[in-house]
Design a protein around this ligand. Structure first.
Ligand code: AMP
Ligand code: MG
Length: 464
């Protein structure tokens, strides 16, 4: 089957989006295509050539969505500045946005060029693949198509278009946009989002309150999953928070190696607003902004703002419940409770600054890694305590990846492509990352954290 597009977003008020046209691309070259995703979407890969994947053969008029967002705490009107939704593809009763990122300027581009570099689109492809394989709800990358333009960022590079697939690209920031630009539309818009993402709520009697509750739950689930694998999103602005709990916008993201909650890699995050350990309080802050965006509904329906605030007050307990449950699976504890032991273990991580991923593998099979942090009496004592209540292998193997995208390996693979045009290193990495919980016999280079100096200097960038 080819893409079959039917874009319900266009039935919404015309203030919410604008028409967009992908730029002309001569000789688009498909660098990567996710065949598994083609199958999941019922697409025939033979029919997906570079022209279709770069928006040169349109099935219907693409749109760019308007949205707003708190960027590093400051409210701004934004919108798809370099992305356009080709349409909504429906397969097996499920609806997906098919979006081109880097396909040219839109009415929301402001001063931007509408383009993306090939290294940043390959990078997003790799991280979204890794997250998907880690069983984390995420945007997916169908393809990376290189264009023959030169894009200037820190260096000059070929441009590329990423074909991104999500349940939708609706974000907290879309609600902020509607609340500010078209408050009279908010109820209809919210009903649309509920029908599309949370249809089970239509059977409840307080739908909007339960909607807020469900968004909070899916977001908590997402961030707890990030903490499970050491993922640092890097730019948790409200415009990058999916309404359906999908991780997306893989700009300055990275994985933490040495455990330190203050870890920040993004060049623009000078105050550590989006540091690894701040992801939880920032989620709460973002949810408070989302609740404010729902305020117009309080005059249009039975919803009251007090109800939303009461829901927000539940945040810490609900996050704790999911967080401790997740940490128990990482430590192989199959019973409830044991919060103090989890806290003691995390305190050890803080003090030792050990490699986060490998610590759990070492707990499971002592002697796996030759790291002085694991040879201490303190680690041994902690391991004995854990063994008394946990260290269940089966639970640990499901929760603890044997490999993550190590930042330096990702950068080496991207550099190799830029320097030689050879994708084999990147493809090799993608293959290893496809099976993060299984393969016990993987090449140990994929499990090696980088030298500490590398991580200390490692910098990631937005909008590249
Ligand atoms: P992000 O940091 O990726 O969430 O992007 C923030 C905003 O900047 C979004 O509205 C993007 O669409 C926009 N943007 C980023 N890069 C570009 C670009 N090269 N051209 C136009 N808009 C851009
Ligand atoms: Mg964004």
């Amino acid at each position: 089957m080819p893409l079959s597009l039917d874009t319900t977003y266009k039935d919404l008020d015309s203030r919410l989006y604008s028409r967009a046209k992908p730029k002309d691309v001569d000789s688009p070259e498909v660098l990567l295509l996710d065949e598994g995703l083609c199958d999941d979407l019922g697409l025939n890969k033979e029919e997906l050539n570079g022209r279709i994947l770069s928006g040169q053969e349109l099935l219907e008029d693409p749109i760019a969505q308007g949205y707003a967002g708190h960027q590093f705490g400051r409210f701004t009107f934004l919108g798809d500045g370099r992305a356009m939704i080709l349409g909504e593809h429906v397969h097996d009763g499920d609806r997906y946005d098919v979006q081109l990122k880097g396909a040219g300027r839109t009415s929301y581009s402001r001063r931007g060029d509408g383009s993306a570099t090939v290294s940043s689109m390959l990078r997003e492809y790799l991280y979204s693949h890794a997250m998907y394989a880690l069983n984390i709800k995420t945007s997916r990358s169908l393809a990376v198509v290189e264009t023959n333009e030169a894009v200037t960022r820190r260096r000059v590079e070929p441009g590329a278009i990423l074909v991104r697939v999500m349940n939708s690209h609706i974000r907290y920031g879309t609600f902020q946009y509607v609340a500010a630009q078209a408050p009279d539309e908010l109820q209809r818009f919210t009903d649309y989002v509920i029908d599309r993402h949370y249809p089970q709520l239509n059977a409840t009697d307080r739908t909007y309150r339960e909607f807020f509750d469900a968004v909070m739950e899916s977001s908590i689930e997402m961030v707890v999953d990030w903490l499970r694998v050491g993922f640092l999103h890097g730019v948790m602005n409200t415009d990058n928070m999916s309404i359906d709990g999908e991780t997306f916008d893989y700009g300055p993201c990275a994985f933490m190696n040495y455990y330190d909650e203050a870890t920040v890699f993004s060049s623009v995050d000078r105050n550590g607003r989006y540091a690894f350990g701040n992801q939880r309080p920032i989620l709460r802050w973002n949810l408070a902004r989302f609740a404010e965006a729902l305020q117009p509904l309080c005059t249009q329906s039975a919803l009251t703002y007090d109800e939303l605030e009461l829901k927000l007050d539940e945040f810490e307990d609900r996050f704790d419940a999911r967080y401790y449950a997740m940490m128990r699976t990482k430590l192989g504890i199959n019973s409830d409770g044991e919060e103090e032991l989890v806290d003691e273990f995390v305190e050890w991580l803080r003090k030792s600054n050990a490699d986060y991923t490998n610590t759990f593998l070492e707990l499971e099979t002592p002697g796996t890694f030759d790291d002085p942090a694991f040879g201490t009496a303190e680690f041994e004592q902690l391991r004995s305590k854990l063994a008394a209540v946990g260290l269940d292998e089966e639970s640990m193997q499901e929760a603890n990846p044997r490999c993550i995208p190590r930042n330096y390996l990702v950068e080496q693979a991207l550099d190799e492509y830029l320097e030689t045009g050879d994708l084999s290193k990147l493809e090799g990495l993608l293959t290893v990352l496809e099976n993060p919980y299984g393969a016990k016999d993987m090449d140990s280079q994929f499990q090696q954290p980088p030298p500490r100096e590398f991580d200390a200097k490692y910098t990631t960038y937005c909008n590249t």
